[in-house]
Design a protein around this ligand. Structure first.
Ligand SMILES: Nc1nc2c(ncn2[C@@H]2O[C@H](COP(=O)(O)OP(=O)(O)O)[C@@H](O)[C@H]2O)c(=O)[nH]1
Ligand SMILES: [Mg+2]
Length: 196
């Protein structure tokens, strides 16, 4: 996989429409506005690929990007946006349960949290989804560029503790803006695709 070819495949609201070709799926999740699209763009070295800044609160859907015909980057619906109606929150929960009901399709789970803050309750829920899946899982602490140097270590420790990460779980300090962490994340993604 050399990331030469990246294409938006489909956006689904119905789990029955999931691609069935068995390519490894790298599943990205995070609260709205955490920078999920920006992280995907950074990994792919593309500027406006993964639709940065989509309007939050739209109907929940899962986006599939096919990379080099070798893997999918799966953009799971963001969460935690206050103005979302209850019906959409329920649809979010249902879609997540359906997606995680076949964990084998996940080659690697990538949970993106905000490096500046203690993870939210929803982040903790999402971390449990990934951890309970039994599939490889790592956490990206994005917006690192907004931290002072002295804040980095304590914040990473708080993230690790709040999400109950095991010692072996990789936590990547990341800046989609500046590029920190990109090579490490890419290495983990490639390794997960190889292992599949
Ligand atoms: N300073 C900084 N801003 C970022 C970073 N990543 C994303 N953003 C900004 O955060 C906002 C939300 O980003 P987006 O990728 O659309 O988030 P998404 O809703 O999670 O897909 C945008 O204004 C981005 O420019 C980062 O690493 N550093
Ligand atoms: Mg987005």
């Amino acid at each position: 996989m050399n990331l030469q070819k990246a294409e938006f495949l489909t956006s689904i609201t119905d789990i029955a429409k999931l691609p069935k070709d068995g390519l490894p799926q790298i599943a990205f999740s995070g609260k709205s506005n955490v920078g999920k699209s920006s992280v995907i763009n950074r990994v792919l070295n593309r500027k406006n690929f993964a639709r940065v800044g989509e309007t939050p609160g739209k109907t929940v859907h899962i986006n599939f990007f096919r990379i080099d015909d070798r893997a999918y980057f799966v953009d799971l619906p963001g969460y935690g946006y206050a103005k979302v109606p209850l019906s959409e929150k329920e649809r979010w929960g249902k879609l997540m349960e359906q997606y995680f009901s076949v964990p084998e399709r996940i080659a690697l789970g990538v949970l993106i949290v905000d490096a500046r803050h203690k993870p939210t309750e929803n982040d903790v829920t999402m971390a449990s989804y990934f951890q309970n899946s039994g599939r490889p899982f790592l956490v990206v602490a994005n917006k690192l560029d907004k931290l002072k140097k002295t804040e980095i270590e304590p914040n990473l420790a708080l993230i690790r503790q709040t999400l109950s990460l095991s010692e072996s779980t990789v936590l990547i300090p990341f800046s989609a803006e500046k590029g920190d962490g990109r090579d490490l994340l890419l290495r983990e993604i490639l390794a997960a695709c190889e292992a599949k």
